[in-house]
Design a protein around this ligand. Sequence first.
Ligand code: CMP
Length: 139
Amino acid sequence: MATNRTFTMLKPDSLEKGNTGSILEKINAAGFKIVAMKQTQMTVRDAQTFYAVHNERPFFNDLVEFMTRGPIVAAILEKENAVEDFRTLIGATNPEEAAEGTIRKLFADSMSENAVHGSDSDENAAIEGAFHFSGREVF
Ligand code: CMP
């Protein structure tokens, strides 16, 4: 059964372009409740750990460099069917393939600088949320 929480990061490109408020507005308008949120900057070790599943991929070093080059906004979101609905809201990984009106279509520049992260499963949502937040930061 689907849990009701997912994890997101607004990536450094979103903060650099001043899109934090606009993206959070979209998330709220789509019916997600923010149950945890912080602005933070990942260290190289953080990013290597968070994206460990991709460490054999040719884009891994660029991904780590991008994700550590400036602050991010990390959040845990609550809504019925959260993981799947959030992935629909953000659109395809490659913004050129993302549906009209999705966050990546509106705010992302490329496959690598794609504005937001969204967990791909309930299991990863729980792991990723716990990576960034302690129990007392989640409401
Ligand atoms: P996300 O799905 O948040 O997590 C993995 C990230 O790796 C993905 O977003 C992209 O930012 C990046 N990524 C995935 N595939 C590629 C690719 N082919 N080239 C560059 N970056 C990629």
